[in-house]
Design a protein. Sequence first.
Length: 122
Amino acid sequence: MPSVLNDIDIFYMNSVNERLRCLSVGQDYRSAEKGKVLLYTTGVKVVRDTYDKCLRVKKILQTHMVRYEERDISMSRDNHRQLAERLGLAGTSTVELPQVFADGLHIGVGQSLPKAQLFDEN
């Protein structure tokens, strides 16, 4: 069973350019979020595919016993604005979910998770 650190390494390798772009935008979250995993999700079930992706990512984190802070962008405009800023999409109303950040760095969007983890039914 792969470790969480291996999964995070995969995310880092897959999103180096994205992380660099996000680091250059807005404030530096690295020091404020050291040791934290943030998960931006939605609790709105209208877009079923997005809602299901959010649930899968939460399940993966819980399976690996990763403590995370969930920020539901459907319940808070501030969460939505912050996520858009972090992704360099300030001023837009559309962001892809779920989004994962660790230690203030963008790890990736839920669909960039390894397929073995996305469909793990354990």
